[in-house]
Ligand binder design. Structure first.
Ligand code: TLP
Length: 341
């Protein structure tokens, strides 16, 4: 039986076209800066985000952690959202790799407003950790793929500038936000000192993220990439996959969003959609259940061919992606009705 795999948009396999460019890629040693495809990919993403430079790194986690390490000193404080990936899913790395303290705030569906961030700002007093960095996640994964309103980001940016704080965007799924809103990636990125964009989520590349920022920042991040063990050698074939993803897999994210909406409306009919359907804005659907049921439901879904993510004891996540087509959508709706109807 072929499973319908909705655990994440990271589960996609390179398409035939992508494999072809990977096979044909000319490679060089990127630690020497000699891999031309890596250089091209870094420059292309930096330009797309309106930043001076980019750095190819193995994962979204490394990208976020390099940003934190490069922006902060040990003992600083990083303000983030309570459900953010940085706070929940990166193994406590800010404490371990950067020696910083994380100050999480509960957003509204993952969205932090500047007024709320203002309440977290530490006084300039030796009792306190020094607030240094604000991180925002766009789209917000645990909130269900919610798109950050650009006006909210701009106000947070003004607040950060007025208070001498730096800004990092975890834009693992930034292109989903771009396609859902029609807003230019550079407009989203403008208030941020750094942006991390994943190629291995909705964009369908097998590996890699790009961290972008100004040249001095990227130079620092480059040093920390080496120190964290992320210097890579002949990775042009991975960069080729990333370039292919940028050429072929951005516009099509709209299909993933449409299929997510279709799944959400089935879940709504079944009474298990967590939020109002207007919150299903991109490729993530959150399902809600009485506490304690989710592991059992996930096992039942698996028995008849569907894989999902159990987020916790009352929430299941479905993520649509490149390898999930209309035929699978119809099958997925049937499976959901059979198990949850
Ligand atoms: N998210 C994964 C899991 O770790 C939860 C997923 O399946 O969604 N930022 C955000 C917003 C992410 O969702 C992820 C991956 C990352 C960073 C980290 O990327 P990787 O897995 O490349 O380290």
């Amino acid at each position: 039986m072929k499973f319908i795999d909705l655990r994440s948009d990271t589960v996609t396999r390179p398409t035939a076209g992508m494999r072809k460019v990977m096979y044909a890629a000319e490679v060089g040693d990127d630690v020497y800066g000699e891999d031309q495809l890596v250089n091209k990919l870094q420059a292309r993403v930096a330009e797309m985000l309106g930043k001076e430079a980019g750095l190819f790194v193995p994962s979204g986690t490394m990208s976020n952690q390099l940003a934190i390490r490069s922006h902060t000193q040990p003992g600083d404080e990083v303000i983030c959202e309570y459900d953010s990936h940085i706070f929940n899913y990166e193994g406590g790395a800010p404490a371990m790799l950067s020696g910083v303290q994380v100050h999480p705030l509960h957003g509204d569906h993952g969205i932090l407003a500047s007024e709320q961030i203002a309440t977290a700002l530490r006084p300039k007093d030796h009792h306190y950790a020094q607030s240094r960095l604000i991180t925002l996640e766009n789209t917000h994964n645990r909130a269900g793929g919610v798109v950050y309103p650009v006006s909210v980001i701009e106000r947070v940016g003004d607040f950060a500038r007025e208070n001498n704080l730096l800004m990092h965007m975890d834009g693992a799924r930034l292109m989903n936000a771009v396609i859902a809103s029609g807003i230019d990636p550079a407009a989203y990125a403008e208030p941020f000192n750094s942006v991390s964009l994943c190629l291995s989520k909705g964009l369908g590349a097998p590996v890699g993220s790009i961290l972008a920022g100004d040249s001095a920042f990227i130079d620092r991040a480059h040093r920390f990439r080496k120190l964290f063990g992320g210097g890579m050698r002949q990775v042009g074939s991975l960069a080729a996959a990333g370039l292919y993803a940028l050429d072929h897999h951005i516009e099509r994210l709209a299909e993933d969003h449409h299929r997510a909406k279709m799944l959400a409306s089935t879940c709504l009919e079944l009474g298990v959609l967590e939020n109002d359907i207007s919150w299903t804005q991109t490729n993530i659907v959150l399902l809600t259940f009485p506490r304690g049921n989710t592991a059992q439901i996930s096992r039942e879904l698996k028995t008849i061919g569907m894989l999902v993510s159990v987020v916790n004891d009352h929430r299941i996540r479905l993520v649509t992606h490149l390898d999930f087509d209309d035929a699978e959508l119809n099958r997925a709706k049937d499976i959901l009705k059979r198990v949850l109807g």
